[in-house]
Design a protein around this ligand. Structure first.
Ligand code: RNT
Ligand code: ZN
Length: 419
């Protein structure tokens, strides 16, 4: 039977549960996914770093890492061609295309011009826009693992200036696409061992953010600042300045948005359970979709139970416009294109899965306290022929399940020109 025929059969099976698979596909296709540029080059960027610092790590030495803009753009083009749905590109400041200014300007002097080629590139690909991140890591001015919370005023000010430049750039990126650019702030700042003072670094971080965000040169309509918390980093095990409480309270009092990374909480905490709490108090919440394996390891995202729970929280709460989805994983041990596509497709799959559940029926059972039937039904719907809907979703976007073969073909093509 063809994909279409299988789908027609599946459609009827879902309809028997009150689920409209046509509606589900339509809805999911419109949800923007911000695809991170940094899976392509192991988070190194173009502005001089040759190692990844800041408590994050890529492991593996799979060949053909993209170096430079041409290779990374080529890889992004290849990867997004196999990613269904609406995509945005998520850039870090370290991916500035400095041209003749290379070696002459530092991150406190970055400007929109260095990202203009990215705008043209993303428009050429027909993507939905660009999101942005100041890069507070892998740089000589990260002194003693500190940036915006540093007691060294010169260091702290360098990073405040970087943040201001990034807000200006983000605002221009927003204007270029006519919609807000999410600018996510994450700093690695923290201490390896038990600190003697936890308050001062946090007060400095608060004041640095205030100084950055109070700058006049950015436009709320085009830039949406988000703040990402983290529980620990490698070499920063005892204390992180930007803890969850710090970031949530900062965001609430300054009217910006929290970003929750799936790898940034204690191991038994799950982001899926946090989304609804945030939605009680915030207009929006942003996510970094990642997969922590025993630690914040940023493994390639899979279609697993926690991702399904995250997607359910978005879909059944009708929060597609409130939850901003960004991908954040980086695996250097396997083909990077296949890694990229696998993660993005997992997110798409999870959203489509959530959209093909009889969510209202299930909620009704909960409200009626019919927990026996709820349990039984939740198990039953797992066996619906979801794969047929997924295959049809891909087919309608000119894609299929055989992206491994395409990733290998591309690898053969680019291999001779890469180390
Ligand atoms: C690090 C954070 C952060 C980075 C990216 C590269 O733990 O998750 O979001 O992964 O900014
Ligand atoms: Zn993250």
């Amino acid at each position: 039977m063809s994909i279409e025929e299988n789908y027609q059969k599946a459609k009827a099976e879902f309809a028997a549960f009150g689920v409209d698979t046509e509606e589900a596909m339509k809805k999911v296709k419109k949800i923007p996914i911000s695809v991170h540029c940094w899976q392509g080059d192991d988070v190194l960027g173009f502005d001089g770093a040759n190692s990844l610092e800041g408590g994050i790590q890529t492991t593996g030495n799979y060949p053909y890492r993209a170096t430079g803009k041409d290779q990374l753009m080529s890889d992004i083009k290849e990867a997004v061609s196999m990613m269904p749905g609406t995509k945005r590109l998520n850039l870090h400041a370290s991916y500035a295309i400095l041209g003749k200014d290379a070696g002459k300007v530092d991150r406190d002097q970055y400007k929109f011009e260095y990202f203009k080629p990215w705008v043209d590139f993303v428009k050429g690909l027909g993507l939905d826009g660009i999101d942005f991140n100041p890069t507070f890591f892998s740089h000589k001015n990260v002194k003693n693992n500190l940036t915006l919370s540093s007691p060294d005023e010169k260091i702290r000010h360098f990073w405040i200036e970087h943040g201001k430049r990034c807000l200006e750039i983000s605002s221009e990126l927003g204007k270029a696409f006519g919609k807000p650019c999410m600018m996510n702030i994450w700093i690695p700042d923290g201490y390896k061992d038990i600190p003697a003072d936890r308050l001062s670094p946090r007060l400095r971080y608060r004041d640095s953010l205030d100084e950055m965000l109070a700058d006049k040169d950015w436009d709320h309509n085009y830039v949406m600042p988000t703040l990402e918390s983290k529980v620990f980093g490698i070499g920063l095990e005892s204390m992180t300045v930007g803890s969850s409480e710090f970031c949530q309270n900062y965001a609430a009092t300054r009217h910006i948005t929290c970003l929750m990374d799936m790898g940034h909480y204690h191991p038994t905490e799950v982001v899926s359970d946090k989304i609804s709490s945030m939605l009680c108090f915030y207009d929006k919440v942003a996510l970094h979709i990642s997969r922590p394996v025993r630690w914040d390891s940023d493994h390639v995202v899979l279609f697993d139970d926690e991702l399904k729970e995250v997607a359910k929280e978005i879909i059944r709460n009708h929060a597609e416009d409130k939850v901003v989805i960004g991908l954040d994983y980086f695996d250097a041990s396997i083909n990077r294109i296949a890694a990229w596509v696998t993660g993005e497709r997992s997110m798409e799959k999870a959203l489509l899965y959530a959209a093909t559940l009889p969510n209202e029926e299930l909620a009704k059972l909960q409200n009626e306290a019919n927990f026996t039937k709820l349990l039984v039904m939740q198990e039953r719907v797992k066996m619906l022929p979801f794969s047929d809907v997924w295959n049809e979703y891909l087919r309608r976007q000119g894609m299929d399940e055989n992206y491994y073969e395409e990733a290998m073909r591309y690898e053969k093509e680019i291999a001779p020109s890469r180390k």
